[in-house]
Design a protein around this ligand. Structure first.
Ligand SMILES: O=P(O)(O)O[C@@H]1C[C@H](O)[C@@H](CO)O1
Length: 306
């Protein structure tokens, strides 16, 4: 799908037609990761707009993702916000321009700050399951090899052609996050800082891939977020990313040697078969459900302080 200023205006008109006046200019955008859409429960004056009613929007097909934009007021100050209850991943077959289309629409509606959440696997033994990682950098092999949402003709002279990424993750928003954690009396170990590796999915990492990502400096890995960050930065938004660690990436130090096992078996030894460790989307969603409350409170508190 080719997105033009005409299609953006059509999307915005359709959205605004479904909203009361006080929700039409959201200040903060939120993208909800797998199983993390519960934040809408603490919005006030909530209005849901189904993606199917918005020209240019696709439909999210992943379990744990809905297909609504949720508008409402958040925090004591009643900050107008918009949340994507469900995102688009390239592995679902969405073109990268469709993946980032809602981000551009949010920016064109007036959003200034974007808080992106996701579920991610930990590559770092010091970052256990349940930790919220405040992303400070990313490693995006797809971007480096030609799968970059900003590829293509430079049609909007208002946007930069060559986007720097050294300052992609706002220190201002991250500071507010850690102050919020202090106010909420979270334990120090509840939060970590780290680098998010973006992979296309939908396969989880092989052990060698996990080891590679760890060695090149990634702390967590996931299948989303980076395209959204790029589009948001191109649109001039301040961005913060919170990754909820839902599993460890399986990175064995040594491999089971079938060759040696067969030798042992032929020599008459009984060979114990170890249970294979794997990760599943069900596990990802279960941890999301368990920890969504903390994430929600942190986001509310940051929005309150903006
Ligand atoms: O949308 P997010 O990044 O939170 O979802 C993660 C990555 C995959 O879509 C899925 C794998 O379990 O969860």
């Amino acid at each position: 799908m080719v997105h033009t200023s005409v299609s953006f205006q059509a999307s915005i008109d359709a959205i605004k037609a479904a909203l009361p006046e006080n929700l039409q200019k959201p200040r903060v955008g939120i993208v909800c990761g797998s199983g993390l859409s519960g934040i809408v429960d603490i919005f006030r004056d909530t209005k849901l707009v189904p993606y199917e009613n918005i020209p240019g929007f696709s439909k999210s097909t992943v379990q744990g993702h809905k297909s609504f934009l949720a508008f409402g007021l958040l925090g004591e100050g009643g900050v107008p916000v918009v949340a994507m209850l469900g995102r688009f991943h390239p592995y679902e077959g969405h073109h990268l321009s469709s993946v980032v289309y809602p981000i551009r629409v949010m920016a064109k509606m007036g959003v200034k700050d974007l808080i992106i959440t996701n579920a991610a696997g930990s590559l770092n033994p010091a970052i256990p399951v349940g930790t919220i990682v405040v992303v400070q950098d990313h490693l995006a092999l797809p971007n480096l090899t030609g799968m970059n949402p900003l590829l293509g003709p430079h049609t909007d002279p208002e946007l930069p052609r060559f986007l720097p990424l050294s300052d992609a993750y706002s220190p201002v928003l991250r500071r507010l996050l850690f102050l919020a954690a202090h106010r909420l009396q979270l334990e120090d170990s509840a939060l970590a800082e780290g680098t998010y590796a973006w992979v296309s999915g939908p396969t989880y990492e092989s052990p060698a891939e996990g080891r590679f990502l760890r060695r090149v400096g990634a702390d967590v890995v996931g299948m989303s977020t980076v395209p959204e960050v790029l589009a948001a930065r191109e649109e001039g938004l301040n961005v913060m990313v919170l990754s909820l660690v839902t599993n460890f990436v399986v990175i064995p130090e040594t491999y089971r040697s079938i060759k040696e096992e067969v030798k042992a078996e032929l020599a008459g030894k009984k060979v114990e078969l170890p249970e294979a460790e794997t990760v599943s989307h069900e596990e990802v969603l279960a941890i999301g459900k368990e920890k969504a409350g903390v994430l929600m409170k942190l986001v509310e508190s940051v929005v309150n302080d903006l």
